[in-house]
Write a protein that binds this ligand. Structure first.
Ligand SMILES: [Ca+2]
Length: 295
């Protein structure tokens, strides 16, 4: 096509080269770059911890000089020992890595959040929609079980530090008999106080002493609207979707994720009846505004 006079020919060749460069830069029209499924190739992670760089912070000793350490928040005060009560954070073998965080439990360890470690978000890290990805290894039922009520894993606080009775979302195991008979669920509360349980997956699918990849998406509702959403992936596969959610416990507005915490507390203040010490491992924790996916 570039066959006319020399000036026209040079311009034509130049235009051809520019066109060729643009096609290459844009992927030559290959639609694969726009049709790839989630997760996003570059998740927007604003918090992560793989427990590799400074595991010594996760100890029931006064590492920082301001009380027992749990790394994510200083001033953590309910630290105990393997022969006593309280939080039992220890670092052990990781998921495809050297280190993971282990939360230990046994009969006699007090209820409530004695083993919760949390992190407050500030500034632009305060989001109204999160993708929370983590790896978790739970012993088999013979080494990790209890009767009645269930167990707490994660807790999300939806208003700022100091806000009275802020709305919360839990990630719990909910059971009526043995823990192993229960389901992994999210729990939140409506403005009248009534709880909402959203089932994600059977607990029996994840207490096999293997690492599993979990990812929970929570989109909070806008003020007064039932437009919140929960999605849950297990090992990269979407297992639960709950739409039309409203998280405005006590009629609270302007919800956002101000804090999240990890722990293994006893739901309903019921006793833990596992006689021997056993532990849940956590690793590769990430908070993102887009889908993270599994490694
Ligand atoms: Ca690790």
């Amino acid at each position: 096509m570039c066959t006319t006079g020399s000036i026209h020919r040079k311009l034509c060749v130049l235009y051809s080269l520019i066109l060729m460069f643009m096609l290459i830069a844009c992927g030559g029209g290959d639609s694969s770059s726009t049709s790839s499924p989630s997760p996003s190739p570059s998740p927007t992670i604003f918090f992560k911890d793989d427990f590799e760089s400074d595991p010594f912070y996760w100890k029931c000793t006064d590492v920082l000089g301001d009380g027992p350490s749990s790394k994510w928040s200083s001033g953590f005060t309910s630290c105990g020992s393997t022969s006593g009560f309280g939080a039992e954070w220890k670092v052990g073998a990781g998921y495809n890595s050297t280190n993971a965080l282990y939360a230990w439990k046994k009969k006699g360890v007090p209820n409530d959040y004695r083993s919760e470690s949390n992190r407050w978000f500030t500034g632009s890290d305060i989001k109204t929609e999160i993708y929370h990805r983590w790896y978790m290894k739970i012993p088999t039922a013979g080494n990790f079980n209890k009767t009645t009520d269930g167990m707490k894993f994660w807790r999300y606080i939806l208003r700022e530090n100091g806000y009275p009775s802020p709305p919360v979302i839990y990630l719990n195991v909910r059971s009526q008999n043995e823990l192993v008979d229960g389901n992994l669920v999210t729990i939140h509360f409506l403005s009248g106080g009534q709880p909402v349980f959203n089932s994600l997956v059977s607990f029996s699918e994840i207490n096999d002493n293997h690492w599993h990849c979990h990812e929970l998406r929570i989109k909070l509702n806008s003020n007064g609207q039932s437009d919140g959403m929960i999605e849950y992936w297990l090992d990269g596969r979407l297992r639960a979707t709950h739409i039309n959610q409203i998280f405005d416990q006590n009629g609270t507005t302007n919800l956002a994720f101000h804090r999240f915490g990890v722990g293994i507390g006893n739901a309903g203040d019921s006793a833990w009846d596992q006689e021997e010490w056993s532990a849940i491992g956590f690793d590769d924790i990430a908070m993102s505004t887009t889908r993270v996916g599994c490694n």
